[in-house]
Design a protein around this ligand. Sequence first.
Ligand SMILES: NC(=O)c1ccc[n+]([C@@H]2O[C@H](COP(=O)([O-])OP(=O)(O)OC[C@H]3O[C@@H](n4cnc5c(N)ncnc54)[C@H](OP(=O)(O)O)[C@@H]3O)[C@@H](O)[C@H]2O)c1
Length: 242
Amino acid sequence: MNRTALITGASKRMGKSLAEHLASKGWNIIIHFNSSEKPAEELEIELRQKYPHQKFARVKTNLVKEDEVEKLIPIVISEFGPFHLLVNNASLFNPGYLKETDTKLFDSQMNVNLKAPFLLMRDFANQCKKGNIINFADTRITTNKSNFAAYSLSKKGLWELTKMAALEFSPEIRVNAIAPGVTLPPEDKDEEYLRNLAENIPMKKPGGLEPILKTLDFILENDHLTGQLLFADGGENLGQNA
Ligand SMILES: NC(=O)c1ccc[n+]([C@@H]2O[C@H](COP(=O)([O-])OP(=O)(O)OC[C@H]3O[C@@H](n4cnc5c(N)ncnc54)[C@H](OP(=O)(O)O)[C@@H]3O)[C@@H](O)[C@H]2O)c1
């Protein structure tokens, strides 16, 4: 097998786990990062040592800047040729009710979480021509809670984009989305914060990374699945039963 995946925001947290998981299954991995240069380098070294017969690389791109975004797929293709999987995992997650959201906050969330995936999906479809795209949404898209207004809107848009692209790019490219719920605490919060949040979801505990990785496998292994959103959220999308 000689399959290659580009994972955005792959140096840490969920993206790193996706990279390690796919590498363990024989994939070559392009680790995209922006500010996390050192963790990206360390992950590349770790993967090279563990899987010496696979190819690994890292690429820095600021997904806020469209000129940089438009160079990303061509850079990957120049090194790896047309590749097989694009995972739009990178994200900005900043709070703000509608009344507090200035244009700077709005633009940053939209650029990283919606516009960059749009441009990358377009370029993947035009230049790689076949394979899989997996977008990371969020279980929040099922609510109208506005405490992360621009973030939530960007992820609602990403889900609409997933369906639109699934239809246009079929049958050569399958496009699906994963909606995590309470998975990892934000970097400035701890596990207890996460456990408290999870008390309000049907499964009553944080899911951790395992359900995300199983969902990823399910999408990749099911070659008739496209335009779907899989909730890996312990039932949070159902709302509260009281
Ligand atoms: N964590 C959760 O519980 C949870 C819940 C629901 C949904 N999700 C979704 O699942 C995905 C992964 O979650 P996560 O918590 O692991 O994400 P995260 O840590 O918040 O962000 C992942 C990466 O996004 C990259 N990124 C941010 N701004 C960027 C920019 N301007 N240019 C390029 N890259 C940029 C960062 O890369 P650098 O560090 O290199 O700058 C960061 O490491 C996200 O799409 C998120 O919305 C997560």
